[in-house]
Design a protein around this ligand. Sequence first.
Ligand SMILES: [Zn+2]
Length: 114
Amino acid sequence: MIYRTLAPSFDEFTRDSLVLLCPRCNSNNLHQCNVEVWFRREEHGDGIHTTVKGLTSTVEPSPAKDCPGNRECLRIGFWCEHCSHETGRGGDMLPIHTLEIMQHKGVTLIQWVV
Ligand SMILES: [Zn+2]
């Protein structure tokens, strides 16, 4: 699985917290709309894939070829108040940006998937 990544940018919210900025328009008005998690017991092994979208969640086996990276991975889909314009079934905004938190060789990466 090959894709481009982009480092996230933040504004300071308080001394102890940051505000995530939109990778397209730099707005701070991002909204989470779905979450995906891949978990594997062994590096490059098969795993499970959990998806939460609206009020629905699913858990299913995930063959190694469909798991991002080589260990655990979390992806959060966002829509932006300023540059999102598409809605899905039921009128929910569709995610246009995906933030990825991925285990990679002993470190944790955080990046936009573009
Ligand atoms: Zn935006």
